[in-house]
Design a protein around this ligand. Sequence first.
Ligand SMILES: [Zn+2]
Length: 301
Amino acid sequence: MPELPEVEVVRAGLAPAMTGARIVAVDVHDERALTRHAAGAADFVARLEGSAVTTVARRGKFLWMPIAAAGGDARTAVVGHLGMSGQLLLRRPDAEAERHERIRIFIEHPDHGELAVVFADQRTFGSLAVDELVPTADGRAAGWGSTEPFLPSQVAHIARDPMDDAFQSRVFRDALRTRSSAIKRVLLDQTLISGVGNIYADESLWAARIHPETPASALSTVAVNRLLAEVRAVLAKALAEGGTSFDAQYVNVNGEAGYFAHSLNAYGRTGLPCPRCGGPIVRVSFMNRSSHYCPRCQRRR
Ligand SMILES: [Zn+2]
């Protein structure tokens, strides 16, 4: 599943082309890509056509584009859920259909002219939807790319991500004190801290030398601060390298894969030497998935 860096790469790619653009037409090729838009394809198309995109915003792994009628304020947004394999690609309006293309949105931008935003999805767990905007709980701008304190209702339960200026480390530390579950499980809990999935949880815990199954409440303030610093450092480095892409599945709006996979220290490196101590990285099953860690550097207490 794409995590914060992979989704941010998409957001940053879409923003210049979509901010200020007008949606001219929408082709829905496959209604399975609208599973989160209960009113169906005709309603989806009617809500989009003729509206203007005010910005492209992201919180954690969620992406949205507020849309407004000409001259009006945005009260709704197009929310993009990339699911396991969803892609948002920028193409010429007359470009050939992508493999697994589900939806094509034709836009007109005052500087960039006519473009198409293609939603392609091999496994159809992703979807687009039009959703109402609701106020943020703390009254601050909703996330990266957003200057307004509004976010889609489908994203309202998602915590701010650690790259967000309005993320409150103290609230996160306080939440950890009351949780006896494994720190890795807490890192994956999108209602406490968003944007981190299996890859970046393993990488951050490795960098902070914390065993993934350490009870969250057992971590000292110093350890939690170190972990948060490593989460931010790992996400920032992955973002700078275009994200992690296995089998070129997660790509930017031009279809290009990032190369952070070459910078992984623990994730997916079962049996390979730990870059810090040389001992073998081990893999254990965890929440129907896997944890990768170094048993020497990340001692269980
Ligand atoms: Zn090690």
